[in-house]
Design a protein around this ligand. Structure first.
Ligand SMILES: C=C1C[C@]23C[C@@]1(O)CC[C@H]2[C@@]12CCC[C@@](C)(C(=O)O1)[C@H]2[C@@H]3C(=O)O
Ligand SMILES: O=C(O)CCC(=O)C(=O)O
Ligand SMILES: [Fe+2]
Length: 358
């Protein structure tokens, strides 16, 4: 039986302080446990050097005839881009934002009824990566994979069906979009369907699977000293992120430092994940990103985390490996990778690296 995402952490319990989730609205000062310094995260204050250039991830019109090359370029230089004209109806995005807001507005005690367990995948709680940091993040999250019915019933005993339907519809749209984006990016490298037998374009996408991470970053009394979601790369092929109209997402580039991604109404942010870096033999870069918080406006985001079926081995596309070289990475399934990440966090990708003979 192939492992499902739901089973990934069964043998990898993560001890997280869900039950200590504060009532963010009642805090007038930042508690010490939420106050970050460069000691808590080496890149916390990484300033651009030379100073900010105004450069940012590109906004790509998916209807543009050159979209594939633009996407390929963004995946190589930034590991991220925004897309307009993506075909996902605005009402659906608004519906998902409404659902997310409604969920996080529920009283803490109600949200905790659907708390994620230590070995579980879905439910309410702090970000998984919290266990790797000494300080707490100024955010709360809710992870969904498959049908959210069981969890949503606990949150909204009476009126959950419309929200379940909305998640199902959004997932369908996101699956199609993610596959389209992956093929546009790969085509730009000269890779086509015949080169990757497990990822057929014409299939009904049952070679892929996904999860949603809903994030809420409440208004924060001292945003400069707090962290919404600490720097990380996603363990996905691609992540498609919807953000509400409050800035907070930042991407890191060695030469530019942290760059804030401005919300563009109706557009979506796309991140290259670690598995896409592996598949592209390191040509595409998984983007280091984080979320900062705001003193006057709360922020919501919805990440669609997309990858292959759990038992599919992902390895560099042979066409992208030099005939005289060896693949940069060894093969790994999504399950194995998530488990490695759960134990080794930001060292996971380098642990999959092949060591070259000099
Ligand atoms: C499929 C997954 C990727 C993720 C871990 C998860 O099991 C579900 C949540 C995802 C998320 C979202 C917030 C940031 C992140 C690093 C985390 O702690 O949980 C990612 C994980 C990831 O991409 O590694
Ligand atoms: O809230 C954001 O902008 C980032 C969220 C994110 O990185 C994630 O859920 O993986
Ligand atoms: Fe992320």
């Amino acid at each position: 039986m192939p492992t499902m995402l739901t089973d990934v952490f069964r043998g990898h319990p993560i001890h997280l302080p869900h039950s200590h989730q504060p009532d963010f609205t009642s805090l007038r000062e930042l508690p010490d446990s939420y106050t970050w310094t460069p000691k808590d995260d080496l890149l916390f204050a990484a300033a651009p050097s030379p100073p900010a250039t105004g450069e940012n991830i590109p906004l790509i019109d998916l209807n543009h005839p050159d979209a594939a090359n633009q996407i390929g370029g963004a995946c190589r230089t930034w590991g991220a881009f925004q897309i307009a004209n993506h075909g996902v109806p605005l009402e659906l995005l608004q519906g998902i934002e409404f659902l997310t807001g409604s969920l996080f507005r529920l009283p803490v005690q109600r949200k905790l009824k659907a708390a994620r367990s230590e070995t579980g995948f879905s439910g309410y709680g702090v970000a998984r990566i919290s266990s790797f940091f000494n300080k707490q993040m100024w955010s709360e999250g809710f992870t969904i994979t498959g049908s959210p019915l069981n969890d949503f019933r606990k949150l909204w005993p009476q009126h959950h069906q419309n929200f379940c339907d909305l998640v199902e519809e959004y997932e369908e749209q996101m699956q199609k979009l993610a596959s389209k984006l992956m093929w546009l990016a790969l085509n730009s490298l000269g890779v086509s369907e015949e080169d990757i037998e497990w990822a057929s374009v014409n299939s009904d996408l049952n070679w892929a699977q996904s999860a949603f991470q809903l994030n809420h970053y409440p208004v924060c009394p001292e945003p400069d000293r707090a962290m919404g979601l600490a720097a990380h790369t996603d363990s996905t092929l691609l992540t498609i992120l919807y953000q509400n109209n409050t800035a907070g997402l930042q991407v890191f580039r060695d030469d530019l430092g942290w760059v804030t991604v401005p919300p563009v109404p109706g557009s979506l942010v796309v991140n290259v994940g670690d598995l896409f870096q592996i598949l592209s033999n390191g040509l595409f870069k998984s983007v280091l990103h984080r979320a900062r918080v705001n003193q006057t406006r709360s922020r919501l985001s919805v990440a669609f985390l997309w990858g292959p079926q759990s038992d599919t081995k992902i390895s560099p596309v042979p066409k992208l490996v030099s005939p005289v070289g060896s693949p940069l990475y060894r093969s790994v399934t999504w399950t194995e990778y998530l488990q490695t990440k759960a134990t080794h966090f930001n060292k996971a990708l380098s642990m999959i690296k092949n060591h070259r003979e000099e």
